[in-house]
Structure formats: structure tokens, C-alpha cells
Design a protein. Structure first.
Length: 509
């Protein structure tokens, strides 16, 4: 208790560094007991750091005034957590299913004076899954996976794990000199630490064909549900969440929807990634009835994607489909299609530039992203080696552009954000992670539909982060990396696929 009080009181920066180190241990250490202790430390330290940060804020006024009901609520939450951990311990694949279901859902939480849309259901699933691994490891028992025929995989860290750990540790170290240390603390507590545990749990599973099919079916069903919500929003001209989007729709002739995602671009990203994952079923030999059903689902999701008016998501979808085509057929054919699409797009822009907003200039057409990019590059030029510190982009950008819109003061280009905040040190770690991940996920994926789908979706996500926000702040990134790394190192392989349509391809999907 004294140690935790010191970390959250006089030494909060030490607490963030310790949390980053614990996440790195979970990713890197082979010894099962040591990894379990590190995961347990991360589970305990994360809420302690957060409570220490917001203890005197108005958000906890109710807790201060009514401590007994707050304590009872915490005990109920712990009971639910324990029950869920027992279920996952008995059926390890349940961890993957619950994580896939929880990934999209965010709950608005006020912390540190700002409102954050936090993945509370996913945090619950991750904590329960971690406890299901921690308790048997500390007791010296093997995890119980025999009932499902999917025993836990031996942990063998590779380059993806090393680079993820490096980036998390760098982020913690560079929070020391950041003028926005509170933001860096929240990023570590809300994103990097729990998502490192998520990666570990998904990477440890054996991804059987049955588990892959179940997760894909659930993901498609959720995407259709979210699209239906978006259609209702568009038909009634009513936004369920995000008051800022309500105001933005009132100011424009067009109407964008966001379903349960608070942001149309995040909704569009989710739909685009699901469409890439489903599209692989149309590229390999599958039953005609199944392919017809997938085509119907893709048509529905396409309608939802159009309603988001997210140009970055449309571009990410095209890139993901191009990667799938290059893996399925000769890359030259995919390149011809890409060139044709680009030519058609350029012709459309040339014929009617006003339709695409080019009469407002590049900055206006990109909703202010051009100014953000140039401002971020200027920040990087001022401190090219170590940057301004983790989480510092918003404050430093606003300090130099006082007339900028409040909604455009966060970077929408991840490499620019990393360069400004973490300098060349962080930028090199990020680039190495992206390159190694792409090579790992796409290598030898030509004959494996599942790996092809995961690799293409990750490529689409990386491209989307070049035009919008959130890379390692998005749990989908960690999920794709965890599943893709598990498949890349697993003995589970799809049968070799020949270009001829008569082959028995995609048996694993």
C-alpha cells in the first residue's frame, strides 16, 4: 500500500513507467509465472494510477459523498469479474468470442476533466481473461483447455512482441518530460496496458477453424446491427450519441451517421475492416449459398459505409481489397485494377472538383487535416530527436495555432503525431513495428484465406491511420496483430490454394 501510494502521489511518473514495464514483461517473458505476476501487477496498478490522478476531481464527488454504496458497487463488479474469469478458465475460446463482441462498444467516462469514450466491456473481458490465466499460473496448474480441445499455446515472443514492448516502454519513458503527462497517463491506463494484455490473451489461443468461423460470424452480425442503427439515424435524422455530431449535421446540407461509435470515421473504419474480412469468402471456393449470403451482407455494410461519408474508410476498404486481390491472384492484375480505380477517381475529380470540396483548397477538402499535418511537421522539426513528449501534440499544436478549431486540434495522421510527440526515436519504433507486422501477417498468406484476410485488414487499418487517428489506441489493431501472429506461428494451415476454381480452398474459413 505504501508503494502504491508513493507511485500515485509523489511519484506518478514512476507509476506510468512501472506500468509500461509490466506490459513489456507480459509481452516478452517466457516464464509463465513471471508473466502472470506482471499481468496481475498491471491489473492492480492501472486503476490505482487512474484513481490517484482523478481522486480530487468532480467526477468522484459521488464516491466521496457516498463511500458505502460505491464500495458495494465495486464488490459487485469484482464478483462479476470473478464469475466471468471462471467461465473463461473452463472454456478458453470464450475469451476470443467475448473480446470480439466487446471490441466496438464504448462508454462515455469523465476523467481528468475530459470525457473519454472508454471500452468498459472490453476492459472487463480482458481482466477476466487475464485472471483466468494468472490464477492457474500462480498455483502451478496447467490451464484447463482440454474440454474444448484447444490447450493454451506455449508463449514464444517474436519480433512483433518485441517491438510492441519497445513502443510501450518508450511511450512511458517519454511521458516524463511531456507537458501533458496526465494525457500520457490516461493513454497508458486506458489503452496500452490493457491492450497488451488483450494481445497476450488472443496470441495464446489456438485458433481452430470453428473458433475463426464463430468470431467472423459474430463480427458480421454486429456490423449488420450497427448498420441498421445507422440507417435508422439517417431516416429519422437523429443521432443517438455524440452531441457534437448533432451540431455538425445541423450546420451542413449532408447528414452523417455514427451508430454506436461516437465518430463516423471510426464507424466507417469498423465497417471497412469487416468488409475486408468477409470479402475473402468470395475469392475462394465456397458453397454458392454461403457466397450469396456474404454478398448480401457486404451490400448492407456498403450502404452503412456510404452513410458515414468517411472518405478515409472508403480508401482503406479499397486498399484492403487490393491486398486481397494481390494475394489471391498475380499482383500485376491487382495493380491494373488499382491503377484503373485511381484513374477513374482522378477523372471524376477533374470533371467536378467542387463535388469533392477542392474549391476550398486542399486543407478545406480534407476538413483541416492539411493544416494539422503541416503543423505536426513543424513540431517535429523543432524537436526531431525526442519530440515534445507522450500525449503532447494537442497542447503544443494549440499553443502555436490559437485560432484553430477545437475539433481539429488533434492529429489525424499517426506518423505525424508520433514524430511530433516522440521524435525520431518513437517514429523509428513505429515504422519498424508496422513493417515487421505486415511482413509477418502477409508472408506465406497466399494459400491461407484466414491469414490473407487478417493481413489485408491490418494493411487497411494502417492506411486509415494515415488519414485519421488511433493506431495502438484502437483495440482492433492489437486484436488483428494477436490473431495474425498466432496464425503465423501455428501449425494450423489452410490447404494450398490453386488458381483453378475447382480446388478445395478456404477449408479453414
Amino acid at each position: 500500500m505504501i508503494a502504491f501510494a508513493a507511485l500515485t502521489g509523489p511519484l506518478p511518473k514512476a507509476g506510468v513507467m512501472v506500468l509500461a514495464a509490466l506490459a513489456a514483461v507480459v509481452l516478452l517473458v517466457v516464464d509463465r509465472r513471471a508473466r502472470a505476476l506482471a499481468a496481475l501487477g498491471a491489473l492492480v496498478l492501472s486503476p490505482v494510477l487512474l484513481l490517484g490522478d482523478i481522486w480530487h476531481s468532480p467526477q468522484l464527488r459521488l464516491v466521496h459523498r457516498h463511500p458505502l454504496p460505491a464500495l458495494l458497487g465495486a464488490l459487485v463488479a469484482l464478483a462479476v469479474l470473478a464469475a466471468l474469469a471462471v467461465l473463461i478458465a473452463r472454456r478458453p475460446p470464450l475469451m476470443a468470442v467475448l473480446a470480439v463482441v466487446a471490441l466496438p462498444f464504448r462508454v462515455p467516462i469523465q476523467a481528468g476533466g475530459t470525457t473519454s469514450n472508454l471500452l468498459v466491456p472490453l476492459y472487463l473481458v480482458v481482466a477476466a481473461g487475464a485472471l483466468a490465466q494468472i490464477v492457474p499460473a500462480l498455483l502451478g496448474r496447467e490451464p484447463d483447455g482440454s474440454r474444448d480441445g484447444v490447450p493454451a499455446r506455449a508463449w514464444r515472443p517474436g519480433w512483433i512482441e518485441r517491438l510492441l514492448a519497445l513502443y510501450v516502454v518508450l511511450y512511458g519513458l517519454q511521458s516524463i518530460y511531456s507537458p501533458e503527462f496526465e494525457k500520457a497517463l490516461q493513454q497508458m491506463v486506458f489503452f496500452y496496458a490493457p491492450f497488451a494484455l488483450l494481445y497476450w490473451l488472443l496470441r495464446s489461443l489456438r485458433w481452430t477453424p470453428r473458433l475463426v468461423r464463430a468470431c467472423l460470424a459474430l463480427t458480421a452480425a454486429l456490423a449488420v446491427l450497427f448498420t441498421a442503427i445507422g440507417v435508422v439515424e439517417y431516416a429519422t435524422k437523429t443521432i443517438i450519441l455524440n452531441p457534437k455530431l448533432v451540431v455538425a449535421n445541423d450546420l451542413h446540407t449532408y447528414f452523417t451517421v455514427n451508430s454506436v461509435f461516437f465518430d463516423p470515421d471510426i464507424f466507417g473504419r469498423y465497417l471497412a475492416l469487416v468488409m475486408v474480412l468477409l470479402a475473402v469468402l468470395l475469392l475462394y471456393d465456397r458453397p454458392k449459398r454461403e457466397q450469396l449470403g456474404v454478398a448480401v451482407v457486404l451490400a448492407i455494410l456498403w450502404g452503412g459505409l456510404v452513410l458515414t461519408l468517411s472518405r478515409s474508410s472508403l480508401a482503406a476498404l479499397l486498399l484492403g481489397l487490393a491486398v486481397l486481390a494481390a494475394l489471391r491472384w498475380r499482383p500485376s492484375r491487382a495493380l491494373i485494377v488499382v491503377v484503373a480505380v485511381i484513374a477513374l477517381g482522378a477523372a471524376a475529380v477533374a470533371v467536378s472538383p467542387n463535388t469533392f470540396g477542392l474549391n476550398q483548397g486542399l486543407n478545406g477538402a480534407s476538413s483541416g487535416r492539411g493544416g494539422l499535418v503541416s503543423g505536426g511537421i513543424d513540431l517535429f522539426g523543432n524537436r526531431p530527436l525526442w519530440g515534445y513528449g507522450s500525449g503532447a501534440f494537442v497542447k503544443e499544436y494549440r499553443a502555436r495555432h490559437r485560432g484553430s478549431s477545437q475539433t481539429l486540434s488533434a492529429s489525424h495522421t499517426i506518423p505525424v503525431t508520433i514524430g511530433a510527440e516522440q521524435g525520431l526515436i518513437g517514429l523509428l519504433a513505429y515504422l519498424a513495428l508496422v513493417l515487421v507486422a505486415l511482413v509477418t501477417l502477409l508472408r506465406a498468406a497466399r494459400g491461407d484465406p484466414v491469414r490473407a484476410a487478417i493481413g489485408a485488414a491490418f494493411a487497411a487499418l494502417v492506411f486509415h491511420t494515415m488519414l485519421y487517428a488511433d493506431f495502438l489506441e484502437d483495440p482492433v489493431t492489437w486484436a488483428l496483430l494477436g490473431i495474425g501472429a498466432a496464425l503465423a506461428s501455428s501449425r494450423l494451415r489452410a490447404p494450398a490454394v490453386s488458381p483453378a476454381p475447382a480446388g478445395e480452398a478456404a477449408a479453414v474459413v
